[in-house]
Design a protein around this ligand. Sequence first.
Ligand code: ANZ
Ligand code: ZN
Length: 823
Amino acid sequence: EEKYQPKVVEEKWQSVWEDNKSFKVSHDAARSKYYLLEMFPYPSGRIHMGHVRNYSIGDVVARFKRMNGFNVLHPMGWDAFGMPAENAAIQHKSHPAVWTYDNIAYMRGQLKKLGLSYDWDRELATCDLDYYKWEQRLFLQMYEKGLAYKRNAAVNWCPKCETVLANEQVEDGCCWRCDSEVNQKELDQWFFRITDYAEELLDWTNKLPGWPERVLVMQRNWIGKSYGCEIDFALDGKAGAIRVFTTRQDTLFGATFMSLAPEHPLALELTTDDRRSEVEAFIDKVRKTEKAKRTADDLEKEGVFTGSYCINPVTGRKMPVYLANFVLLDYGTGAVMAVPTHDQRDFEFAQKYDLPLQVVIQPPGEQLDAVNMKAAYTDPGIMANSGEFDGLSSTDAKEKIADYLGAKGLGTKTVNFRLRDWLISRQRYWGNPIPVIYCDCCGVVPVPEKDLPVVLPKDVAFTGEGGNPLARVESFAKVACPKCGKPARRETDTMDTFVQSSWYFLRYCCPSFNNGPIDKQEAEYWMSVDQYIGGIEHAVLHLLYARFFTKVLRDLGYVDIDEPFTNLLTQGMVIKDGAKMSKSKGNVVDPDALIQKYGADTARLFSLFAAPPEKDLDWSDHGVDGSYRFLNRVWKLVFELKPLVEKAGRLDPGNLGDDAKALRRVLHKTIRKVTEDVGERFHFNTAISAIMELVNAVFSFEPKNDPANGAVLKETVEAMVLMLAPFVPHFAEELWHILGHEGGVEVHGWPKYDAAAAVDEELLVVLQVNGKLRGKVTVPADATQESIEQAALADPKIQVYLEGKTVRKVIYVPGKLLNIVVG
Ligand code: ANZ
Ligand code: ZN
């Protein structure tokens, strides 16, 4: 008997797979395809347990589908541009490219050690010229269609690092790197016009049944479609008006003051001289506050009076015009009619600045008094203090007031989206250069086709002095205008890394295609991705951008699909001691050490067994140990049965002993369950426990050395090994080989379920009362005496003979007869 040596087994099969290119696939119209994709990693340096879990989940599905005859595309690559590489370069006096490709090499090795079944011939890194050059082509096509444009925008700016920061890189108003205070700066920036697709992106959230509802809800909220009105409020004593956007025109009669965004174009114009210094100080303060803070519920509401008034169009009330920190410039019209009685933010603001309140909606059966209100009343109700609309339900009044405003020319119905255009400019070196040139005479000039690609120059100094290193490379930035030939400057901004991850799944379909970014025929065969797997943290960002890009590429004629991902699985986190694994918490388990100690198969088995994929996985060293022991047990069992299996004759299902039949029943029930759990539900944990129970059933099966049982044991052990293959592939391949098979498990395929063998056997038990036949009952083969007795006593035909009598004794002849003795 041999000992299970994971290292030996894993190295052997990994080199077999590598040498044979076992998972290489190609377009084959005769076969059904299955595209399985996990979100590609950022090459940060090392694989962590979250990756192990994500990729193990994906690998089970890929291997299962392959065993079931699908042509499975399962690619892997690297989301390789981005800021950490630049920071590392400064720190290590190295180059981002060196750092990145070193990390990729190391991490690729780690993934290979996990035995993941990728088609490595399709590997790509987004920092490869052969990838990003095509993205430049796509950018220019988007520019031609007006889908890429440049405009001035307020962005987070760190004065010390001299760079724009993403919202995520601003912590408590300060730079995440140098901790200096971030301010808002107006800069010319490139955007993608994702708002053009807002309606379609929203629509399709109702046509993606294979996505988790909570992700769809997050996307719907992010897109944020609101139905409402734009209403004009005339200025008092001046020409002009302030236009507001409201979703609550039913509250118009209760609007008692006006709140403008501090950046609103009218803000300074409306400020009277006596208020000017106070107003300017306030604007300055709010400008420095990051946007996320300004929209938080618990923001301290603050504002300043401009000194001017406007007029409520329906009540004629003079409303003071304030600037308020919670009103944003780029939503609606940047101005809000404030209704403190029915909007909580306005309520808090009015309390603070002692502004008037007017109730215009009464809760059903109640009378609110503005003086005693502790909070705004925000639910629907009955209209009050609203002229001709009094007494209506506020829901009806919404429609009626909108119509009224329309008829009087005071306002119009509008739809508003929360979604903003996607800011893609980054003042960073390690990214895809935006392929345009600026010329004093010709303006913005796209880099002509013949001059593409714009290659990221290699000889750049990473001094850490701040600013964009690319802008300092004069040989790059200085260029002749392609149109007029005069000296011009190249754009030195690079694209957001989320641009690269928005179409990588399409390039995987044709990674070496030379005539464009996407080979239409390949994409037609492989797309959409049948199953996408990744973290919930991408619910809005990446998953929304990728959907947008797919639609743009469809409209550019590259693909004929509307949506990139048919099914989405968002896996939970890996936690230990109740917290997410992270360096700062000191609870990290290093995959390398784990593989060193137990082997990749144990690491995979544990991460699949310990929790269903969507749930958080609680790390347990004890659990890892248990997984390892289980594999050892199976190993031992296979060796014990090997001699019998080798001599086994043909299986004759109709001619088996009771015990053998019972074992077959367990086997086929297990096949059914595991097939459904893995193939339909992704309940890997329950599938694995079912296999564990099957292993127990084989262990307790006796006698194992009787040749009459050989065929059943062979069938069982083989199916057991095949079912384990997607989870612990090296282990299963080795055992399959040991059981005498030349072809691998995927050549053989997934075990077949035999419905007849899984049927529970039933018995007919004769029921007697005082020895006389009084009835019959059908029970499962393994029914206990107690359950048969219960069935008998509940049978009306039997009850007739028991009435008024006492049961003295019950005699049971197992599987045949139950006699109730009464007296
Ligand atoms: C008056 C009102 C009364 C409002 C009421 C609400 C309740 P959603 O549904 O998210 O679209 N608003 C409009 N533009 C704003 C801006 N630039 N910054 C901050 N808030 C803004 O929200 C629409 C509501 O958000 C609008 O309806 C407006 O306040 C506010 F009892 O108008 B409402
Ligand atoms: Zn020019």
